[in-house]
Ligand binder design. Structure first.
Ligand code: F6R
Length: 243
């Protein structure tokens, strides 16, 4: 059964989600964390950094496996997800960068890179705690609405909705990469626990369809209804369509 934790605002969402991650790392110092990028987890990551700096957390034995990366963007491109993770979390905590994994956006053969990443998830996983955001179209990772659920890490053609939503981070919508690599549903669903973050009215529809509608690959997050341990940390605006 899904748990819902109501957050007062973005800072509060960050504190609440960070408490869940912190408890995971305290209980199991060599945890495998599945991580997401985007706006939703920023306050969570900054809270983890603060607790680390206070001496309350130790990431030295933690492994992280990110959900996705744009095809064509390298570590030093400020729009790459690697760059995002380094700036928002990794550079400020004592994680061993040898234990940090994202798909390589510059891989010459993206399909082969997806196969490598899938093998890595199998080797390092299952993920103990997976952090997720949700797209306005109901995507998780870059598992876009489709007629089937993709099981494994795969190359995705981003939908116009996702390109438009992500254009805010780029100079122009044309500069948004058109392809990404994303963990598939198997890697996500095998995670022992999942925490999803969502804030703002623009997520209300996606959350409602995901958790109150039927399980449907047209709303990729709806697959989470089959997962035994999902916690949703969301503000009132994002939850406004729930009964
Ligand atoms: C990013 C990811 C995406 C985002 C989603 C929400 O790694 O997996 O599914 O979680 O697009 O993005 P924000 O949080 O920016 O609204």
């Amino acid at each position: 059964m899904m748990k819902i934790i109501v957050a007062q605002n973005g800072q509060d969402m960050g504190r609440k989600a960070a408490s869940i991650i912190a408890a995971q790392v305290v209980l199991k110092p060599d945890s495998v964390l599945g991580l997401a990028t985007g706006s939703s987890p920023v306050t969570t990551y900054r809270q983890l950094v603060e607790w680390y700096k206070n001496g309350d957390l130790d990431f030295s034995r933690v492994t992280t496996i990110n959900l996705d990366e744009y095809v064509g963007l390298g570590h030093d491109n400020d729009q790459s997800y690697f760059y995002f993770m380094r700036e928002n979390l990794f550079k400020d905590i004592n994680i061993n960068m040898d234990n940090v994994f994202l798909p390589n956006g510059l891989a010459a053969d993206p399909d082969a890179e997806c196969a490598r990443y899938e093998a890595l998830i199998a080797e390092k996983g299952p993920i103990d705690l997976q952090v997720l955001g949700i797209g306005v179209n109901g995507h998780i990772g870059f598992n876009e609405p489709d007629s089937t659920f993709e099981c494994f890490t795969h190359v995705v053609e981003l939908t116009q909705s996702t390109i438009d939503a992500n254009a805010r981070f780029f100079a122009t919508a044309d500069a948004v990469p058109k392809r990404a690599m994303s963990m598939g549903m198997q890697g996500i669903m095998q995670a022992k626990r999942i925490v999803m973050l969502a804030s703002g009215e623009q997520k209300a529809d996606a959350l409602y369809k995901a958790f109150c509608g039927k399980i449907d690959p047209a709303v990729p997050a709806s697959i989470l209804r089959l997962h035994p341990d999902v916690t949703l940390v969301a503000d009132a605006a994002a939850l406004s369509k729930f009964d």
